[in-house]
Design a protein around this ligand. Structure first.
Ligand SMILES: Cc1cc2nc3c(=O)[nH]c(=O)nc-3n(C[C@H](O)[C@H](O)[C@H](O)COP(=O)(O)OP(=O)(O)OC[C@H]3O[C@@H](n4cnc5c(N)ncnc54)[C@H](O)[C@@H]3O)c2cc1C
Length: 391
């Protein structure tokens, strides 16, 4: 059986490498980006990082040289959660060693991750696809001057929808948050001690993620769209000045003086969930299947778990049915979508009474070990909602 994976993105490439490593015969098809598009993508994602949880490290290790990537990456040993702009101290503290781990995950540079994945792909992507047709039980991929047959196909985004002569709609439900995610690399005066801070401010959540150097962090900030537009309109230096004064007000008590490194990246945010194809030969993963709010850095982590589940389904039953029908998978994806969406909505309410209730709730949570363990295990990918037994 030959499986075709479609997409020139990290989901498709990692799926290809994982399936191949599990002994599945597969082909990778992607539309080629021009040099300008690739350069633009690199600069747009220059200050983007990926929090990869420890449960997913083995997936990455089996497909590429991770040790050099991890050597350049930050480590999360502790997470502090703060409620409110004027928070004087943390409301929740989660320490990896309290739950039997030496770390919760790595903070990996997005462009560095893409480079390592591309090195592992080593030119194996086919880029001249012109059309995809249904052919009896299988598929025919039409390429420049030739065609090839596939038994099943995996789609990772909507890029090929218009060249398929069969239905590939996922009937997505969801909406645009009218919010943007802003990512910035900063250098600060005090050591971060491998601590990630998740801060729920009036404007939206802010995460401070430790990078390799003890005095460097990556900031992921959610801001309303009108403010994002104002920020984007400001010229380079003025933009950095504005952001710096805002961050200094907020963070100087934690990390001291701050300096912005490089450019700020800004991304529109949305949430979405699509149904799987009814066709047994077609499977959707990645953004073709769901998109979630980056508040907890979970999007790609869930995609990595999906890729492992898909590999298991193919190796066990020879197809996609186990994957598509898996209740554990649905619970994992939907609970993460629900949790990230509602966390964002709930913490956006700036009413002082609600803020007091939140602080009380977080104080109670902070003192119940069982709940903290369940939360950490689910974030790491070994929890009950991920299909594991861990609480
Ligand atoms: C602000 C923010 C922070 C996030 N943080 C985390 C996190 O910490 N942990 C986590 O697990 N998930 C995180 N996510 C989610 C994660 O980024 C996505 O799940 C993941 O990137 C989806 O990958 P993909 O395969 O769809 O596309 P990607 O490969 O990431 O590509 C994104 C887009 O760029 C295009 N593209 C890709 N390569 C190129 C190229 N060379 N040239 C031109 N265009 C290109 C693709 O077609 C696609 O449309 C975050 C998301 C956001 C918005």
């Amino acid at each position: 059986m030959v499986i075709g994976i479609f997409g020139n993105n990290i989901t498709a490439k990692v799926a290809f490498l994982v399936l191949r490593a599990r002994g599945v015969e597969c082909r990778l098809f992607g539309k080629l980006y021009s040099d300008d598009e690739a350069l633009l993508h690199r600069s747009r994602f220059a200050s983007r990082t990926m929090a990869i949880s420890i449960d997913n490290l083995e997936t990455l290790r089996c497909i590429m040289d991770c040790e050099s990537l991890f050597e350049k990456s930050g480590v999360i040993e502790r997470i502090l959660v703060l409620n409110g702009q004027d928070s004087k101290g943390h409301d929740v503290e989660l320490r990896a060693r309290d739950f039997g781990y030496d770390k919760m995950g790595y903070i990996i540079d997005y462009n560095g991750l893409c480079e390592e994945i591309d090195r592992a792909i080593d030119g194996k992507m086919v880029c001249d696809v012109r059309g995809i047709k249904r052919d009896g039980g299988g598929f025919i991929v039409e390429r420049d001057g030739c065609s090839e047959g596939l038994d099943r196909i995996i789609l990772t985004d909507g890029m090929y929808d218009d060249i398929c002569d069969f239905d590939v709609s996922e009937g997505r439900v969801g909406y645009d948050y009218k919010e943007y995610g802003m990512t910035i690399n900063v250098e600060h005066e005090f050591l971060h001690n491998n601590t990630a801070i998740e801060w729920f401010t009036r404007l939206g959540p802010l995460a401070l993620l430790p990078m390799r150097d003890g005095k460097r962090s990556n900031i992921v900030r959610t801001i309303p769209s009108d403010l994002a537009r104002d920020v984007m309109e400001l010229e380079g230096d003025k933009r950095n000045e504005f952001i710096l004064s805002y961050l200094t007000n907020l963070l100087s008590g934690y990390v001291g003086r701050i300096e912005i490194l490089g450019d700020v990246s800004i991304f529109p945010l949305c949430v979405g969930y699509g149904r799987q194809s009814k066709d047994d030969g077609i499977c959707f993963i990645g953004t073709k299947s769901f998109i979630m709010h980056p508040i907890a850095g979970q999007g790609f982590n869930v995609i990595l778990r999906d890729i492992e589940r898909l590999a298991e389904s193919i190796c066990k039953s020879g197809g996609f049915s186990d994957f598509k029908g898996s209740l554990k998978r649905k619970i994992d994806v939907l609970s993460m979508l629900f949790m990230t969406h509602n966390l964002n909505q709930f913490f956006k309410i700036s009413n002082p009474i609600i803020s007091g209730v939140r602080r009380l709730g977080m104080g109670i949570f902070n003192n119940i070990d069982f709940l903290k363990r369940a939360c950490v295990n689910n974030a790491i990918g070994t929890g009950f909602f991920n299909g594991g037994k861990g609480v």
